[in-house]
Ligand binder design. Structure first.
Ligand code: ADP
Length: 483
C-alpha cells in the first residue's frame, strides 16, 4: 500500500455517537490483489447497532431542526474535505478493494459529487399548496425527514455507495446508522472521519463494522426506531431485508442486482459501440451492477464488432491496482473468479467459442483474464445470471423485436444500453426496454445529476438528481379549516 499523506484517515475503529470505538474483537481486511492483511477493524455486534440507533434517535431532534443552511454548509465542507483528501481516500480504497488507483480516485470524486449535489438540494425541499374542497379550507403540503435511516452497502464502490445514501439522508435532516461491507470497511470509516471533521454532529452519522451481516441487518430492519432501510447489494439479500422490515413497515430503498443488455444494431457507429462497450462492460473489472452482462449484436455488424472488441480488449492491462499502467484490477475474491469461470465453462459446453482470454491469470488467485465469447445463446447461464466479472458474451440477433425479446427476458431491470443511428428506433427501443436507466449511444449513464435505480427485481427508489431526496422524505398534509 502507498503511504498516506494523512495516516489518521486509515481508521480501524467504528464511529458511534461521535466516539471512536474498538469493540471487543476485530476482523482482518485483506488486499484482494495480494491477500495481504492490511488492517484489523472492530468487529461489532447487533447490540452495538442498537446502541448506535439510540444515539441516532437522540441526534435526530437536533439535526432535523438545524437550519437548512447549517446542514447544507456542513455537507459542502465534507465535499471539500473529500476532494482535498481524494488521493488518500483512493489509496485506502484500492488497498481494500483492488480497483486501479486512478479508477479509485474517480470513485472518490464521484462519491463527493453526491455530497456536493445534496448540499445544494437541501435548500430545495419544496412543499405545495392545494386548494381546499370547501371554501373555508386550505391544504399545505410539507415534506419532513423520515427519521433514522439504516444503510447497508456493498464492496464494489465502498465510498460512493455510502456517499450517495448519506448525502440525501443528512441533507433533509435524517440521521444514519451505516454498515459497510465486511470486505471494504476502511473507506466507510475514512468517510466518517471526514464527516466528523466537517462538523457533522455526534450521532448523526454512525458507521459500524462487523462480520455479523445478518445480525446487524436484522437489528436495523426490526428496530422500531429506524424508519427506513437503504440498501445496495444483491437481490437475494434485498429480499431478506424486505421481509425483515415488514414487521415494522420500514420504508425501503433497494438498489439490487442487474443483468444489463448491451445491444448493437446494424445502423450503429460500430467504433463508438466498441468504445461504449469497453466502459459498460469492463469498468471496475465488470463488477458494477450496471455493467453490460449480455451483448446482443445484429447480424450485419456482428463479425466487425467482435473483431474490434477483441482488439480493444488488448488495451486492458491486468495487475495490482497500485502498479503503473494497470487499468484492470483483481476480482474481489476467489469465489468471484470461480463464478466467471463457471459461466465460461457453461457457455463453452453449450457451443460458445472463446475469442480471447478464458483463463485464470498467473498474477494470483483473484485475477482472471478479460474474456470475449462468441456464439453465445439465450440458453447459456450468462444470458440470465449476472456474471460480475470480465466476461463479454456476444449473442447474434436478426431483428429489433428479437433483440428486445432477449433483452427483456430477465427478472432484472437496472440498466440497458443500445447503439443505433436511427432516431425512431432510439425512441422506440428506449421506451420498450424494461429498465430504470437506458444508455443510448453511450456506455456511461451514472451521474449525481440523474436518477439511478431499477425496475422489476432490480429494486425500488432512486438515488441522485432532483428526485433523490424523495426517498428520505415523508409528505404531510396540513389541512387548515374554519378560515
Ligand atoms: P454483493 O454480492 O454485492 O456482495 P450482498 O447482497 O451479498 O451483495 O452484500 C451487500 C451487503 O449486504 C454487504 O455489506 C453484506 O455484508 C450485506 N449482507 C449480506 N447478507 C446480509 C444479511 N442477511 N442481512 C444484512 N446484510 C447482509
Amino acid at each position: 500500500m502507498r503511504a498516506l499523506n494523512d495516516p489518521s484517515l486509515f481508521e480501524t475503529r467504528s464511529y458511534v455517537n461521535g466516539v471512536w470505538i474498538e469493540g471487543k474483537k476485530t476482523f482482518p481486511v485483506e488486499n484482494p490483489a495480494t491477500g495481504e492483511v492490511i488492517a484489523h477493524v472492530a468487529d461489532l455486534s447487533a447490540e452495538d447497532v442498537a446502541m448506535a440507533i439510540d444515539a441516532a434517535h437522540e441526534a435526530k431532534r437536533v439535526w432535523a431542526q438545524a437550519d437548512v443552511k447549517t446542514r447544507s454548509n456542513t455537507l459542502r465542507k465534507l465535499f471539500d474535505l473529500m476532494v482535498e483528501n481524494a488521493d488518500d481516500l483512493a489509496t485506502i480504497l484500492t488497498a481494500e478493494m483492488g480497483k486501479p488507483w486512478a479508477e479509485a480516485r474517480g470513485e472518490i470524486l464521484y462519491g463527493a459529487s453526491y455530497i456536493e449535489w445534496f448540499a445544494e438540494e437541501a435548500k430545495r425541499v419544496y412543499g405545495d399548496m392545494i386548494p381546499g374542497p370547501q371554501n373555508d379550507k386550505r391544504m399545505v403540503i410539507v415534506k419532513q425527514p423520515v427519521g433514522i435511516v439504516g444503510s447497508i452497502t456493498p464492496w464494489n464502490f465502498p465510498n460512493a455507495m455510502l456517499a450517495r445514501k448519506m448525502a440525501p439522508a443528512l441533507a433533509v435532516g435524517c440521521t444514519m446508522v451505516a454498515r459497510p461491507s465486511e470486505f471494504t470497511p476502511l473507506s466507510a470509516l475514512a468517510l466518517a472521519k471526514l464527516a466528523e471533521r466537517a462538523g457533522i454532529p455526534a450521532g448523526v452519522f454512525n458507521v459500524l463494522t462487523g462480520l455479523d451481516a445478518s445480525g446487524m441487518g436484522q437489528e436495523l430492519c426490526a428496530n422500531p426506531k429506524v424508519a427506513k432501510i437503504t440498501f445496495t447489494g444483491s437481490t437475494r439479500v434485498g429480499k431478506i431485508l424486505l421481509e425483515q422490515g415488514a414487521g415494522t413497515v420500514k420504508k425501503m430503498s433497494m438498489e439490487l442486482g442487474g443483468n444489463a443488455p448491451f445491444i448493437v444494431f446494424d445502423d450503429a457507429d460500430v467504433d463508438a459501440a466498441v468504445e461504449g462497450c469497453m466502459l459498460a462492460k469492463f469498468r471496475n473489472n465488470g463488477q458494477t451492477c450496471v455493467c453490460a452482462n449480455r451483448i446482443y449484436v445484429q447480424s450485419g455488424v456482428y463479425d466487425e464488432f467482435a473483431e474490434k472488441l477483441a482488439a480493444a480488449l488488448g488495451s486492458l492491462k491486468l495487475g495490482d491496482g497500485f502498479a503503473e499502467g494497470v487499468n484492470t484490477g483483481p476480482l474481489i475474491n476467489a469465489a468471484a473468479v470461480a463464478k466467471v469461470e463457471s459461466h465460461i465453462a457453461d457457455a463453452v459446453e453449450k457451443g460458445a467459442e472463446v475469442v480471447t482470454g478464458g483463463n485464470r491469470s498467473n498474477l494470483g488467485q483473484t485475477f482472471f483474464e478479460p474474456t470475449l465469447l462468441k456464439g453465445v445463446t439465450q440458453k447459456m447461464k450468462v444470458a440470465t445470471e449476472e456474471t460480475f466479472g470480465p466476461l463479454a458474451p456476444l449473442v447474434r440477433f436478426e431483428t429489433e423485436d428479437e433483440a428486445l425479446g432477449f433483452a427483456n427476458a430477465t427478472e432484472f431491470g437496472l440498466a440497458s444500453y443500445f447503439y443505433t443511428s436511427n432516431l425512431n428506433r432510439a425512441w422506440r427501443v428506449g421506451e420498450a426496454l424494461e429498465s430504470g436507466m437506458v444508455g443510448i449511444n453511450t456506455g456511461v449513464i451514472s451521474t449525481e445529476m440523474a436518477p439511478f435505480g431499477g425496475v422489476k427485481q432490480s429494486g425500488m427508489g432512486r438515488e441522485g438528481s432532483k428526485y433523490g431526496c424523495d426517498d428520505y422524505l415523508e409528505i404531510k398534509n396540513l389541512c387548515f379549516g374554519g378560515l
